[in-house]
Design a protein. Structure first.
Length: 323
């Protein structure tokens, strides 16, 4: 009788473990599309997140994706745009992957007035998911270029949408979000440019993604330190992996970003982003860089987004391959 009870408890314990980790072998693949293969360069923003079910999400196209024909893109289902500044929306880009050097990125191809984001969305028939008041801008650009305006989808603060099994929510980012009048054009765009004012498309955002293996990832966008990083990103969403902008000047610098990670979000791992510097040589972090300062100040593993090198994360945000 006693032996049977013990056996039952052991069996129940094993069952509980299996239920808690139903998809522990399934990983989310993260691939940086940066300016130079194997390095982390000043303009690098773009990351592809691939859900275990195959859904591919492109975050902040920026200037290092060589337009819709960049062979590194493959299938793209969803594009995220944290805010409208040219280094995120993609006002210009390189001629081809790896054109130019890490130090002097090639941004010779203009994407005005569409943006690289819209050009890629049209070619890939991808959905663009944004928060704030950005969706009407993308809907009208898609429509004006023969695309489907319904492919621009809203996820405003506190709400979420699920596309291809990936749940997408936006969260606050303490930043600005002016739309360059060059996207507006005409007499109005000209007058705005002359007056030095930008179009109002609401607040800048960050994102929280929940993948089908259970991994929750916080993508900071350009932001300062916010109370929401503790109360919302950790308190409600419980993000286990963070992509954190560390460039200083425009966003949190390395020490502010480390505070966000160590004290507010407290994920299990972080991918550095938006360093605005030549951070690596031969794939190794250079001494004296902001990236190095961030790594030294951060208590959890910091992964450097080397262009073209895929990292794989489990449901707890632990890198299990490629880091
Ligand atoms: Zn910005």
């Amino acid at each position: 009788m006693r032996k049977t009870a013990v056996a039952w408890l052991v069996a129940a314990g094993c069952a509980a473990v299996n239920v808690a980790h139903p998809a522990s072998s399934a990983t989310v693949k993260v691939t940086p599309l940066g300016g130079h293969e194997g390095e982390f360069c000043p303009q690098d923003r773009a990351l592809i997140f691939e859900d275990p079910n195959g859904t591919r999400v492109l975050y902040d196209v920026g200037r290092t994706v060589a337009g819709p024909n960049d062979p590194r893109l493959g299938k793209i289902d969803v594009i995220l745009v944290s805010h409208m500044h040219g280094d995120h929306l993609g006002n210009a880009h390189n001629k081809a992957p790896n054109s130019g050097s890490c130090e002097k990125p090639d941004t010779s191809v203009s994407a005005i007035p569409n943006s690289s984001t819209v050009n890629i969305a049209l070619a890939k028939k991808a959905k663009i998911v944004t928060g704030s008041e950005m969706p009407p801008f993308f809907a009208n650009k898609l429509k004006a270029n023969g695309g489907n305006p319904a492919d621009s989808i809203l996820a405003r603060f506190g709400g979420s949408v699920t596309i291809g099994g990936v749940r997408i929510a936006t969260v606050t980012a303490m930043h600005s979000n002016g739309l360059d009048p060059a996207y507006i054009g005409g007499e109005l765009g000209k007058a705005m440019a002359e007056a030095g004012i930008a179009g109002d498309v609401g607040l800048a955002t960050g994102y929280v993604l929940r993948f089908s293996n259970g991994l929750v990832a916080y993508l900071s966008g350009d932001t300062g330190i916010t109370a929401d990083q503790e109360r919302v990103v950790r308190g409600h969403y419980a993000a286990k992996l963070t992509v954190m902008n560390i460039g200083d000047g425009f966003t949190t610098g390395p020490l502010e970003a480390a505070y966000v990670i160590n004290e507010l979000v407290r994920p299990n791992a972080v991918i550095a982003s938006h360093a605005n510097e030549v951070a690596t040589k031969g794939g190794k972090v250079l001494p004296g860089t902001k990236t190095e300062a961030f790594m030294k100040a951060t208590k959890v593993p910091v992964h450097v987004p080397l262009s073209g090198r895929t990292m794989e994360f489990d449901e707890n945000g632990k890198c299990v391959a490629g880091c």
